[in-house]
Design a protein around this ligand. Structure first.
Ligand code: HXC
Length: 551
């Protein structure tokens, strides 16, 4: 982990209130008159800019249950901390925009402010101005925000509410998108990027959010798709609706495009504020550590009894998460997609950590395509931003079947494996029950350069479960047995032998493949003790341009 100087904690300066400006408002506004007239003109221009697309369009926005671009920024940032940039930037007046009115700010509000005192950069597309469509000046403002955020090492939060590329500006609008995509990629892994979708996000425009770290969609009012319902019907003959094609439900439950779905805009904004509490401002900062308020020595008797006697009986891994981490608090990411793996943020003795855990309640916790992509993407985020990874393992293997094989489980499963291997942040693994086959190796096994591997006494570390193993190892002998009773007795005997060998963690411990077997009830204090020496961990790999991760 790297230690860099944090931004000094200087209180923000309250902006002066309008009342101090009242004396200038009696003057006739003029850009070339007396000083008082010039100031009056400036104040008039600011007022006009603040009105966006005007009262009617603002009312229409509210009627749809949406906030305006400025209202969103006000709700996101600590009160009174917003500083605007590019308020008077306008379109170039070329193409079909020739002779069209200049629109202050060109349909996007940009600037910086604070969230819980920390610096953030923000852009907010203004649907009341030409449908928030993206012209070249609009794009330049967003790119400028990225440049500033990169220089000063602070997250970018973007509110997306736009009809996409401004048709009137043609290639100049497309060029603007290209510049934004480049900025997204250039900033990836350096500063956190969060996209909040609060309206339409259509066409190639969806790729800017898709290049960021987190997408928060808003139920009912936000949509993301490459082509809208009318084009889909025309080209493919498929009748569909905005919601069915690309609503928050689709992207948070089915496609894995959106990590979060806010019930409404207030909820989406709260998600951003909560999320930022767990992540540093840039890749050179340590993750946020708060003064711990939960007992670091707290044990949990519940954990000594949570694993069922029958190893095929499911239990809820989330219960284990709640018992171990500070105050049982857990911010789940992708709660509704790929539910056989659980990922999210929590704190351990005040330290922000990322959790990757199999969920035995869903598909027995097996790894499939979605789970592998979901886990891999999250691990890469944590690694980029110095957030330690705690893995909780109960995995019977990769999900078998035609659908998975033909869907590319080999290529996609490799993403999770690659991400674990690549990560140099502190990595601690706890095996609670099953750890079978390739999935055992993938889920943060000791061989992937983890730092500490624990196992509960209930851990089963084997190439496969007893049933399958006995059939493969002794199939010929068992098939030759004609008496069923004799055969079943032999299967029972062989199964017991196999279980004695592998259904306890001692074989793995004797061979050094796990570091320690621990009481489940003591997991919290044991992980806390394992984590603190790792907070100064430094690990570097061989220099290269970049690895060729499986895509
Ligand atoms: C210019 C646009 C616009 C656009 C909307 N407007 N989209 N102006 N360029 N792309 C304007 C409308 O003309 C209208 O202006 C105002 O915004 C509000 O739009 P409405 O249609 O009245 O609103 P609504 O009914 O809510 O519908 C919103 C919408 C629809 C679903 C976004 O406007 C729409 O389908 N727009 C086009 C979406 C699209 O296909 N964009 C191109 C995507 S391709 P007035 O003055 O009448 O109020 C793309 C390429 C990116 O973006 C490539 C990157 C490499």
């Amino acid at each position: 982990m790297k230690h860099f100087i944090e931004l000094p904690k200087i209180p923000h300066v309250e902006m002066p209130s309008r009342s101090t400006k009242a004396k200038h408002e009696t003057s006739e506004p003029s850009p070339t008159g007396t000083t008082s007239e010039k100031i009056a003109y400036y104040l008039k221009r600011v007022d006009e800019a603040l009105q966006g697309g005007g009262e009617k369009r603002i009312a229409a926005q509210h009627e749809k249950g949406k906030y305006t671009a400025r209202e969103r920024i006000d709700k996101l940032l600590d009160p009174g901390t917003f500083v605007e940039t590019g308020q008077f930037l306008v379109h170039k007046g070329i193409g079909l925009m020739k002779g069209k009115p200049e629109l202050d700010g060109d349909g996007v509000v940009t600037g910086y402010g604070r969230i819980n005192g920390r610096l953030v950069y923000v852009y907010s597309q203004d649907f009341t101005i030409l449908g928030g469509s993206l012209g070249n000046a609009h794009a330049r403002k967003i790119v400028d925000i990225y440049k500033r955020a990169l220089k000063n090492g602070a997250p970018v939060i973007g509110f997306n509410d736009s009809g996409g590329a401004r048709i009137q500006e043609g290639v100049d609008a497309l060029a603007g998108y290209g510049d934004i995509f480049f900025s997204n990629v250039n900033a990836s892994g350096v500063i956190p990027q969060i996209s909040v979708i609060v309206g339409p996000s259509a066409g190639g425009a969806v790729y800017s959010p898709a290049l960021t770290d987190f997408i928060i969609m808003t139920e009912d009012t936000s949509h993301m798709f490459i082509t809208g319902p009318s084009v889909v019907e025309e080209v493919m003959g498929e009748k569909t609706s905005f919601d069915e094609l690309g609503g928050a439900g689709v992207h948070a439950f089915k496609t894995g495009v959106a990590q979060f779905a806010g019930r409404d805009e207030d909820d989406s904004i709260e998600l951003v504020r909560n999320l930022l509490q767990f992540i540093p401002s840039n890749n050179l900062e340590d993750p946020p550590i708060i003064d711990p308020t939960d007992d670091k020595a707290r044990t949990s008797d519940r954990l000594d009894e949570i694993i069922p006697d029958d190893s095929n009986t499911p239990y809820d891994m989330k219960e284990i998460i709640h018992e171990i981490f500070d105050h049982g608090q857990f911010m789940e990411v992708f709660e509704h997609w790929g539910k056989n793996i659980i990922i999210g943020f929590a704190r351990l003795n005040g330290v922000s950590v990322g959790i990757v855990a199999n969920q035995p309640k869903i598909l027995a916790g097996a790894l499939d395509i979605d789970a592998s992509i979901k886990g891999g993407k999250f691990i890469r985020f944590c690694d980029a931003f110095n957030i330690p990874i705690i893995s909780l393992v109960d995995v019977p293997g990769f999900l078998p079947g035609l659908q998975q094989e033909h869907g590319g489980i080999i290529r996609n499963g490799a993403k999770l494996l690659y991400a674990y291997c690549e990560a140099t942040v502190p990595k601690i693994t706890v095996i609670t029950r099953k750890a079978y086959g390739g999935a055992y190796i993938v889920m943060g096994s000791k061989h992937l350069a983890t730092d500490y591997n624990f196992a509960w006494p209930t851990a089963e570390i084997a190439v496969m479960g007893a049933g399958g193993a006995v059939k493969i190892l002794h199939g010929r002998k068992l098939n030759a047995m004609e008496d069923d009773d004799e055969k079943n007795a032999e299967i029972d005997k062989l199964t017991t032998e196999y279980k004695e060998q592998f259904y306890s963690p001692f074989t793995a411990a004797k061979l050094g493949h796990i570091d320690e077997i621990i009481m489940p009830s003591e997991t919290r204090p044991r992980i806390i003790e394992a984590l603190w020496p790792l907070l100064t961990k430094r690990e570097s790999r061989m220099k290269r341009k970049h690895g060729n991760m499986p895509l």
